[in-house]
Structures are given as C-alpha cells and as structure tokens.
Write a protein that binds this ligand. Structure first.
Ligand SMILES: N[C@@H](CCC(=O)N[C@@H](CS)C(=O)NCC(=O)O)C(=O)O
Length: 293
C-alpha cells in the first residue's frame, strides 16, 4: 500500500512500518458552509458519510466533492473533471501535507476539511457518518432520526459488525494472496450475508421499518457487489440475488432518490478495475454486467 511518513510519500510502504500514526482533531463547531467532505465516489467507506448527508439533505450545509476514479502510485488524484475547488491541490497527498506538513499515516478518503482553519478535522468514515447523523441533524432538511436512542448501542455494535464481516471483509478476500486467506474470508463474508438475509425477512430495514445508520453502512457494499466485487474480488460463492430478502432490501434502498443519487456504478468500476493492478494487471474494465436496477 502507500503512506506518508513525516510528510514524505512512500507509494510502497505499509502502515505498520511507521513508527507513529497521526490522527486528526475533530471540530466541535457545527456551522453551515464551514466544512467540505472529500470523498471518492468509488469508496464504500466514504459512501457512509456521503449517504447520510444526501439522505438527510445536508448538502447545502456541507459541500462535497470526489477525487478522480484512477488511483496509481501518487495516490488519489484530482483532475479537470474532479478538481479540488477548495484548495486547488493536484492530489490527496498534497492536501494532507497542506493540512499537516509532517503527517504520518495513510492517505485515505473520506476526509472532512475545515475551511476556516484550513485543516483536516476527520478521516474516519464511521465517526463522520455518526456525527452527521446526530449532531448535525438540527441543520438537516429531512430530519430523519438515523440513530434512535432506544437502539443507539445496538446500532453502534451492528456498524462494527458490518465493518468487520462485510464492508472490510470483502477486501480481505479480494486482495488475498493465498487460497486459505481467500477461503476463510469469503466464508465469513457469505455467512454474514446469510445472517443479514434472515434478519431482513422479519423487517423491511435492519431495525424495523425505518432506515437507520447501519442501513447506510450495508448499502455501499451491496451496490458494489454485482458490478465489482463478484468479478474483481471473486465474491461469487453465491449470487447476490440468491439472498432474496437482502436483494429486496437493496432495491428498496436504491429506490429512494436521495440514496440512488449517491451510487455511481461507472465511477466505481473505473476505479477498482483500473487501479488494482496487483489483481487486474491489464486494467481492463469489463463491459458488464447489466444489472436489474
Ligand atoms: N479511515 C478509513 C479508511 C477508508 C479507506 O480504506 N479508504 C480507501 C478507499 S475505499 C482509501 O482511501 N485507500 C487508500 C489507501 O489505503 O492508501 C475510513 O474512513 O473508514
């Protein structure tokens, strides 16, 4: 992978080789127009806070832009179609250095930028999503409570479970370098889909009939399944539509315009197939598959 070590970019160094990893200090101030969320339209983790902002109608309060689909040796890039209109940098590495000149750690999306202090104030998708869903709710156009108090602890626990068993897990076997790793992680992932499928037989969404935050954690993986993960990550133990309730659930979610507009299949395909040369050396992007939704 790739990291910054004291402000120097190493495209082939691992995070565990760093002597220290820097973190960002969140801002407590909730202020319309003050922050910008940098995402990649391809990234399922960035999709969490993006989904919350779109579903709640917070776009006029927090601006959003995406990096370009390709990610090579220089990391995430901006280009003419996907510019950095806030800081005019050419890539995310430059943006991290602008904020924290001696930064050590990975250079990932999403990041939340404070336009007043000109610094990054967060790069953890789960906590950004939780923050927008709760502290920012008073500024939202659509005041849906994604974290009802009676489910709060269960929601936090389910988000973590989804992260380990589903959202991150598909990468574990997609990037596996040996059969055993692939088999183990594929098994865990498809077992988790089975559990979710059974759960969704009893309710429309993960918690009853209203959308809650974990739905916006699960959706990003499901919408990338057929066009990317099934082929590129060899996630083909079962077809997604063989999980009847889970598939119905995904269709329900993408039928909601504020969620559907956060899904960019073409951008995702371009990113995954072109950028992961270690598993797709030619960088060829498949023409299909045609999907039903
Ligand atoms: N801190 C993260 C990780 C997000 C993440 O893994 N983002 C990926 C894209 S999907 C990334 O930017 N990877 C670049 C890298 O690992 O160098 C989060 O917010 O959950």
């Amino acid at each position: 992978m790739a990291v910054l070590d004291k402000g120097i970019w190493y495209p082939n160094r691992e995070e565990h080789e760093l002597s220290a990893i820097d973190t960002f200090t969140p801002s407590k101030a909730i202020e319309a127009g003050r922050y910008h969320l940098y995402i990649s339209l391809a990234c399922p983790f960035a999709h969490r806070p993006y989904g919350v902002i779109s579903y709640l109608g917070l776009e006029d309060v927090v601006s959003i832009s995406s990096v370009a689909p390709e990610r090579y040796e220089d990391g995430w890039l901006f280009n003419e179609e996907y510019p950095d209109e806030i800081n005019q940098t050419k890539n995310l590495v430059e943006l991290f250095i602008l904020s924290h000149p001696a930064y050590s750690g990975k250079v990932t999306v999403p990041i939340l930028w404070d336009k007043v202090r000109n610094v990054i104030i967060g790069n953890d998708s789960a906590s950004l999503a939780m923050d927008f869903a709760t502290r920012w709710l008073p500024l939202a156009k659509n005041k849906f409570n994604l974290v009802p108090e009676n489910y709060k602890n269960e929601i936090i626990a389910l988000n973590e479970w989804l992260h380990g068993n589903v959202n991150r897990r598909v990468y574990n076997f997609g990037f596996a370098q040996d059969q055993k790793t692939y088999n183990t992680s594929s098994e865990i992932f498809f077992d988790a889909l089975e559990i979710l499928n059974a759960r969704l037989k009893k309710s429309r969404y993960l918690f009853d009939d209203e959308i809650t935050l974990p739905d916006l954690f699960l959706m990003p993986t499901l919408v990338r399944f057929e066009t990317v993960y099934e082929i590129h990550f060899k996630a083909n133990k079962q077809r997604l539509n063989s999980f009847e309730n889970l598939y119905r659930y995904m269709l329900d979610l993408v039928a909601i315009p504020n969620l559907r507009k956060t899904v960019d299949i073409n951008h995702s395909k371009l990113h995954y197939y072109m950028s992961h040369k270690h598993i797709n050396p030619t960088g060829i992007v498949p023409a299909g598959p045609k999907i039903a939704w």
